[in-house]
Design a protein around this ligand. Sequence first.
Ligand code: UTP
Length: 476
Amino acid sequence: MDTESRLKHLQEKLQAIGQSHLLSFYDELDDKRRQRLLEQIEALDFRHIPEWVQHYVKDYTAVALPTSFEPAPSYPARPRDEQQREKYAQATRLGESLVRQGKVAGFVVAGGQGTRLGFDGPKGNFPISPIKNKTLFQIFAESLLAASKKYNTTIPWYIMTSPLNHQATLEILESAGYYGLNKKDVFLFQQGTMPNFDFEGKILLADKDTIAASPDGHGGSLKALYKSGAIADMRRRGVEYLSYWQVDNSLVRIVDPLFIGLHVLDRSEMSSKALLKADPLEKVGNFCLVDGKVTVIEYSDLPEEQALRRKADGSLVFELGSIGLHMIDAAFIERLNRGGDFALPLHRAIKKIPHIDAAGNPVNPTEPNGIKLETFVFDALPLAEQSIILETIRSEEFAPVKNATGPDSPEVTRRMMIERAAHWLEQAGVAVPRKADGTPDCVLEIAPSFALCADDIKEKADRVPAIQPGQVLYLE
Ligand code: UTP
């Protein structure tokens, strides 16, 4: 189709969905910019946009809470009785064997915009380790390298970016030489985007040739893994299970044989790790059972009286929080995508969205002015035939870098990294000097090459020098 007919065709399609303004500046653009704009318009989901405008902009009503829901069952972090101890041992052996056979890959979602942290560039490039200032990406890469060595295998790494940070992420990995990983074992792919709307349901323009759009949420990963060929790549390699984590979690244990083993033993299609909530209103999703299916109910949707309910022993009824750690079967992702029109529910967020106005002038809003739509990966849990939950311990596995200051800030994360290192060393019998308030009186950093978990240290405790108060000690 020549450009004229293409333009005419798109004008008609846009008119039919009330979005003709997207071509308002077309005549002012040079040829290259015209092509750019037409390509973006062609990529719009014309079939669904009217429905999104209706449901999420004009007539929005929050999703109703299910009429009946209960807390989801889970495996405790430590086995409760002998039978469970045996199952955990069996699962751990199975998990280790699957890793050794090359059936497990790492998968990080790194397509987010990281607006709260306000860091310039992909969040994975944020320097976080307490002594060496390693970036999140470097810590993950070194962990994969160390686990590959430990299990005498290759653990491929799938990384989801978004069109907003793909090139930057690629450049970071290239210039770091993939932190020692084999480039062919790192698979980068991009997630999809969703157009941003103003409060009237009009799609915003970021520039005269650019539609304002944002990544389609971490839920977009389940589509993007399939569309990008990542799943096909896994199949070629014989990988069956993905260990999923989020780019801001500096304490993630990517390869956890127990979690992998329980997931596979119980024939779960998608499993989750959960935390016991630190307080009833903690801002994490709540693991519930709805119609027998594991479902995450967001903190903002769980009525306060439910969130505050306690059991006879004083613990919370809804005590399990979701922290973005999952095991996912490649076959589950294939099953979801096979029909072609698989979609997770959309969630809307009211945001400040920079754009140009009808006269083409840039607007940098100081108040929220529009709506972004995204999907969440945990909304796929109820679609799984089987789904299990394993509780984990916060100080061992969860320290997200979300905010520049305060809770979930780099400062808190670094402290947690030092605390975990101290705890691992103490478990191996190494004395760690502590201050009167109980915090370590030293700065510690353990490289993944030295230990991936507390047990790894036990074998090499004799290589750790005596730690003096105030010492700065890096172990690799
Ligand atoms: P967050 O919910 O923290 O969002 O993402 P964010 O965009 O990174 O940060 P804010 O809210 O703007 O401050 C949790 C995880 O999901 C990934 C992020 O990269 C992070 O690992 N994510 C989020 C995606 O990969 N794509 C998305 O569209 C959204």
